[in-house]
Design a protein around this ligand. Structure first.
Ligand code: GLP
Length: 241
C-alpha cells in the first residue's frame, strides 16, 4: 500500500486527482470504478475543473459504480445514480451509455446482482475509487461480508444508516437494503484508490492499513492487493502514527 497524508481536504482531492488522471490520461479507454458519499466529492469537483481547463476527455471512458440503495432510482435525489449525475457526470464529457450503476429498482434483484457481476467481469476496473465507512465497510460490504463475495444485496447496519441519514430528511427514510459490488469484484480492479478524511474514519483507516486482515474489517483485505494508494488527511491518519 502506498500512503499519502495531506493537511486538508483540498490537498487530499488534489492528490487523488493525480492518481485518477494518471489512469485516464494514459488510457483513454479506461474503465473507472466510482464511489459515492462525501469523501469523493472534492475529487469529482477537481475532475470537472480539470476537464474544463485542461481538456482531459472522458469521451471513451467507461464507469462502474460500487453500489445503490434498494428501492431508489434516478427520480430520487438520494439515489446514487442521481448523486453521480449531479456531482460528476454532468460536468465531464462521459457518455451516459458508458456509465453503469447497479439498478436499485430492478424487478428481480437477484437477477440484477448476476447481471452486474457479469458486467464487471466483462470490463474489469483499471482503477477503483473507494471511500471507507466508519465500521470499515467498502462499497456497502458491511463487516463479516465474505472476502470472495460478488454483487449482492445487503441489509445495512444501523450505524451505517445513521451515518448516511444526514443525506435524508429523517433516519426512517434511509433504505434498509442496498445492492453492492462484492469484495471480490473490488479486489479485481487493477488499481485501488482509497480516500478518507476526518477523525471519525481514524479507526477504520488504522484497521485497513495496520490491522489484522479479517472479514470483521472489510477494508483490511486491501492489504492483499498489489496496487493500492490511500490518500487521507491528518485526522483520518492520526491512529496510524
Ligand atoms: C456509504 C457508501 C460507501 C462510502 C461510505 C463513506 O456507505 N456506500 O461507498 O465509502 O458511505 O461515506 P462518506 O464518504 O460520506 O463518509
Amino acid at each position: 500500500m502506498k500512503g499519502i497524508v495531506t493537511k486538508n481536504t483540498d490537498e487530499l482531492a488534489a492528490e487523488a486527482l493525480k492518481v485518477m488522471l494518471d489512469v485516464v490520461q494514459n488510457n483513454p479507454n479506461a474503465v473507472i470504478g466510482l464511489a459515492t458519499g462525501s469523501s469523493p466529492v472534492g475529487l469529482y469537483k477537481k475532475m470537472i475543473e480539470d476537464h474544463k481547463t485542461n481538456g482531459t476527455t472522458y469521451a471513451n471512458i467507461k464507469s462502474v459504480n460500487l453500489d445503490e440503495y434498494v428501492g431508489l432510482g434516478i427520480e430520487s435525489d438520494q439515489s446514487y445514480v442521481y448523486f453521480m449525475n449531479d456531482n460528476l457526470f454532468k460536468g465531464i464529457d462521459i457518455k451516459a451509455e458508458n456509465t453503469n450503476l447497479p439498478n436499485g429498482k430492478a424487478k428481480d434483484m437477484q437477477e440484477e446482482c448476476a447481471r452486474y457481476t457479469a458486467l464487471l467481469n466483462s470490463m474489469p476496473q483499471d482503477i477503483q475509487l473507494l471511500g471507507i465507512g466508519a465500521n470499515g465497510h467498502i462499497g456497502f460490504n458491511e463487516p463479516n461480508t465474505p472476502f470472495d463475495s460478488t454483487t449482492h444485496i445487503v441489509e445495512l447496519e444501523e450505524g451505517t444508516r445513521r451515518d448516511n441519514a444526514r443525506f435524508f430528511a429523517s433516519l426512517d427514510e434511509v433504505p434498509t437494503h442496498a445492492i453492492t459490488m462484492g469484495i471480490a469484484n473490488i479486489m479485481n480492479a487493477k488499481k485501488i484508490l482509497v480516500v478518507a478524511n476526518g477523525a471519525n474514519k481514524a479507526k477504520a483507516v488504522y484497521q485497513m492499513i495496520k490491522g489484522e486482515v479479517s472479514e470483521s474489517c472489510p477494508a483490511s483485505i486491501l492489504q492483499k492487493h498489489n496496487d493500492v494508494v490511500v490518500v487521507v488527511d491528518e485526522a483520518a491518519y492520526s491512529l496510524c502514527k
